[in-house]
Design a protein around this ligand. Structure first.
Ligand code: SF4
Length: 281
């Protein structure tokens, strides 16, 4: 798997951004440099990230996706979907087709069930409505869409409401990932990292609602010991079972409290940045 940041520019200022624009100005970015970077990366899925990749424009993205396909790789296009609502139908259709041909899917950051909470998290005025329209238009254009709902101290109590919202308004998505916030970038420090045990009852309720509504779900960055009957939705368990190498082994580490755990062979432990803030599980 390879992650490429096309650039830092973005039309949101999410509190959980791990690659915020204020860290530094963009260097010269071009299709040629992106392709060179991708060719030098380890094999597997290419994650196109930013900043906001859709701001690269339909022409650049289609050329990039065609090159990814030519290298025999598939792509995940990470986006907040605002630009998907603003571009023309023709541009949207071209990107959807190019991504499909590359065997890929959109990964849309969708952090809230209502405009006020969305604004608090993304600081993009009018973002909620545009995002909702963006996702609906991508689905209508035939795209495979995964949603990522980043769990932070700002929205964890709203998890059941988000699940109900997704069931009602986001029909046609392929799957939904609940992903605990990473303590890096703008979210460095304790401010946005709730305790797992505080999140658990809300998350379990949300997962129950998703199951009732047949929404396929997975959970990342919250260990199986905090997922109750939904422990098997943790994405690391399959990677650990199959001996897959990746960031989960670098970002996470077992702690003394893991001793004797029934998941010990299938869980790499909690995130290190979580333990740096909360000291223990
Ligand atoms: S190994 Fe540690 S973090 Fe993972 S499920 Fe067990 S107790 Fe929880």
């Amino acid at each position: 798997m390879a992650l490429i940041h096309l650039f830092r520019k973005c039309n949101q200022r999410c509190v959980f951004c791990s690659y915020p624009a204020e860290r530094g100005a963009d260097g010269p970015a071009s299709l040629k440099t992106w392709l060179k970077e991708i060719a030098a990366m380890p094999p597997g899925l290419v994650q196109l990230s930013g900043g906001e990749p859709l701001l690269a424009g339909a022409d650049n993205l289609c050329l990039l996706l065609a090159a990814v396909k030519k290298l025999g790789r598939s792509a995940e296009l990470q986006t907040n979907a605002l630009a998907a609502a603003e571009m023309t139908e023709e541009e949207r259709g071209r990107i959807v087709r190019a991504l499909k041909v590359a065997g890929g899917y959109f990964n849309v950051n969708f952090p809230a069930s209502n405009p006020a909470l969305d604004y608090k998290i993304t600081r993009a005025r009018g973002g909620f409505k545009k995002r909702l329209n963006g996702v609906k238009r991508l689905v209508k254009a035939g795209a495979t869409v995964r949603l990522t709902h980043v769990i932070s101290s700002l929205n964890y109590r709203d998890l059941p409401a988000f699940a109900a919202f997704a069931a009602k308004n986001l029909k046609g998505i392929a799957w939904l990932q609940f992903s605990y916030i990473k303590g890096v970038g703008r979210a460095d420090g304790a401010k946005y990292l709730p305790e797992y045990k505080a999140v658990q009852p809300f998350l379990e309720k949300a997962l129950f609602i998703c199951r009732e509504n047949k929404i396929h779900c997975e959970v990342d960055h919250i260990p199986p010991c905090f997922l109750g009957e939904f422990c098997r939705l943790n994405v690391d368990m399959v990677k650990m079972r199959d001996g897959v190498k990746g960031p989960h082994l670098e970002e996470k580490k077992r702690v003394p409290a893991c001793r004797g755990c029934r998941f010990i062979k299938l869980c790499p432990g909690p995130r290190k940045d979580y333990i740096a803030v909360h000291k223990s599980l």
